[in-house]
Design a protein around this ligand. Structure first.
Ligand code: ADP
Ligand code: MG
Length: 346
């Protein structure tokens, strides 16, 4: 099955970077702000010939991301998501249409991915810690007990009352695998509404772009080898699209010398293994975010199979054996010495 895909050796992980080329025309400039939002380094770039417009748009984008975080965070006790989690097993909670719709779409992705993506994964986080504190594997009994409380089928949506009910009292939902993509989409929307014709919203490598760079060139995403971070291995044209990576290189647990990524396979209760990283390329950052996580769980064969069936979705993955696999229609540009590596925005 793998012979259908282009197989290239690659020695290390992916690092996604946006290149802002140096040659800004005097008319339009790339204005940029970097800050911590949703526990992540966000970068907002607005291309404009009007500094005030760019600043206003970036500020509006930041406000939008903060608003979304306050609504969907499972950490902030005042969020509607926390209210749903507190009421698990006892009663439905009425929520804003926006959160209701996000949960609805999340469940659709669970169905599409055979449960590999599941916002009720969080029960497993009681036994797995991905902050470096974990030194021992949980017992198979603990793992089995945790997955008993995972299952998108037990999230009950009532469209008439606009309410959400978690049937199992031990159940919890969280948007760690889709929220940043959703926020990136929405921040792009508000920046566009402020008249900004081109830009980038980049949440620690989960990014969406629109329009062109100031010099009229399309946006490029550089795929680099972190072992030699200033060396770009190849380039992806990233116009009007999102590029989102899920990987094991940021948050993970290391137990007995083996690395466990912070992505749980809801079907087994164990962290997904087999891939080092998955990059999804498609116009919708929310879908890309969710699919990157799901494909990471599904693994190389099933994951590529799924992506190849989805129109407008492409992917690139690095296996634990350092092979690079790409979906059928992904076009990489193997520019060797593109000077842009000196001009990365992150
Ligand atoms: P990152 O946040 O590094 O970009 P992901 O988008 O893949 O990576 O999200 C991983 C996060 O998603 C985890 O930290 C956790 O909060 C949540 N998560 C873990 N496993 C799953 C899963 N199977 N389905 C949905 N969400 C998950
Ligand atoms: Mg994700």
């Amino acid at each position: 099955m793998l012979s259908n895909f282009r197989l290239l050796p690659l020695i290390a992980l992916l690092l996604m970077q946006v290149a802002v080329l140096a040659q800004d025309t005097p008319a339009a400039k790339a204005h940029k702000k970097v800050l911590l939002l949703m526990g992540t380094r966000f970068e907002l770039v607005a291309v404009s010939d009007n500094e005030q417009q760019a600043t206003n748009a970036i500020d509006a984008g930041v406000e939008e991301i903060k608003r979304i975080e306050a609504l969907i965070s499972e950490w902030q006790p005042t969020s509607q998501t926390s209210a749903i989690n507190r009421a698990a097993g006892s009663m439905p909670v009425q929520v804003d249409q926006e959160l209701y719709d996000l949960i609805y779409r999340s469940i659709k992705i669970s169905k599409l991915t055979g449960g590999a993506f599941d916002i009720s994964f969080a029960a497993a986080y009681k036994i797995w810690k991905f902050d470096g504190s974990m030194k021992q594997m949980p017992s198979p009994e603990q793992v089995a007990a945790s997955i008993a409380h995972i299952g998108f089928e037990n999230i009950v949506l009532d469209p008439r009352n606009r309410s959400i009910f978690l049937k199992d009292p031990e159940m919890k939902i969280g948007f760690g695998a889709i929220g940043k993509g959703y926020a990136a989409n929405k921040a792009r929307d508000v920046m566009r509404k402020k008249g900004v014709k081109a830009g980038v919203v980049n949440a620690a490598g989960d990014m969406i772009t629109w329009g062109n760079q100031p010099d009229g060139q399309p946006w490029f995403v550089g795929i680099a080898d972190p072992a030699e971070q200033d060396k770009v291995f190849s380039w992806l044209t990233a116009n009007e699209t999102s590029v989102v990576t899920s990987g094991d290189y940021e948050k993970y647990a290391e137990i007995n010398g083996k690395r466990y990524a912070h992505i749980i396979d809801p079907r087994t209760g164990y962290p997904a293994s087999g891939l080092k990283s998955v990059t999804i390329i498609c116009p919708d950052a929310e879908l890309a975010d969710a699919l990157a996580t799901a494909v990471f769980v599904l693994g190389p064969e099933e994951g590529l199979d799924l992506v190849n069936q989805l129109k407008g979705v492409e992917c690139l993955m690095i296996t634990v054996k350092d092979e690079m696999l790409t979906s059928g229609n992904l076009h990489l540009h193997f520019y060797q010495n593109r000077q842009a590596s000196a001009n990365m925005t992150n």
